[in-house]
Design a protein around this ligand. Structure first.
Ligand code: C5P
Length: 233
């Protein structure tokens, strides 16, 4: 597998293995890593991860585990056994759950990076309040990032708008992985807290998760290449 020098992670949000592989064939592991999420993993299973790895891609297995600590720890261990580059859990599962997940990786000396989802980027402040939260999104994100770092995780999934604020309350090597990235002139789809790739990097985002702007493009390879070339790397 290549160790890609790229901040771009392309979200392969597809219904089955064939479509995902067809897209992966058009992309280069030097320009992006790939994210396998709930839809693709549920339909295609670990085999799709192995097939993509065989093409040289590093994989972010985005299953956002959230359950009792023991169950999450075992799920994270199973992900690490697949040799994925990164996987994740929900920070709202609580510090004990985060610690159990982080401990299982460190006890195996696994190189899989573990990150915590703070508040989904599709969530707006109004929706957040309707759920009964008293804190603002920003305060919850801050609180969960601090708790993820003290539990031993490698970083968080957050909005690019929150990345520099997170770095200010954690250490600079604590990773910020940011979905909700939209190149200029592309549709925002169902995302609320969005940013362009360059702005996200300027705002201390370490990795940019980009789905539909690339996967639904007429020419995904060209779109990825043009975003990649515009990055201040
Ligand atoms: O198509 P789009 O660029 O919106 O895809 C974003 C990807 O990032 C999706 O796979 C979505 O599940 C994921 N994601 C997100 N917000 C989070 C965590 C993950 O949008 N907080």
């Amino acid at each position: 597998m290549m160790s890609a020098n790229t901040p771009i992670i392309v979200a392969l949000d597809f219904a089955n293995s064939n479509v995902a592989l067809r897209l992966a064939e058009q992309l280069s592991p030097t320009q992006c890593r790939l994210k396998v999420g709930k839809e693709l993993f549920t339909s295609a299973g670990p085999a799709i991860v192995e097939k993509l790895q065989a093409k040289g891609f590093e994989i972010f297995l985005d299953l956002k585990f959230h359950d009792i600590p023991n169950t999450v720890a075992k799920a994270v261990k199973a992900a690490a056994n697949l040799g994925v580059w990164m996987t994740n859990v929900h920070a709202s599962g609580g510090e004990e759950m985060l610690q159990a997940a982080a401990n299982t990786l460190s006890s195996e000396s696994s190189s899989t990076k573990l990150i915590a989802v703070t508040v989904l980027t599709s969530m707006s402040q109004t929706q957040w309040q309707q759920l009964g939260h008293q804190d603002t999104i920003k305060d919850s994100v801050k609180k969960w990032a601090i708790s993820a770092q003290s539990a031993g995780l490698d970083g968080v999934v957050c909005s690019a708008q929150e990345a520099s604020m997170i770095k200010s309350v954690t250490s600079t090597d604590f990773l910020t992985v940011t979905p909700g990235i939209r190149p200029l002139n592309s549709s925002s789809d169902d995302q609320s807290r969005i940013m362009t790739p360059n702005k996200a990097l300027e705002n201390s985002s370490d990795f940019l998760v980009i789905g539909r702007p690339i996967t639904q493009a007429e020419n995904p390879a060209k779109t990825l290449a043009s975003i990649y070339q515009q990055l201040p790397l």
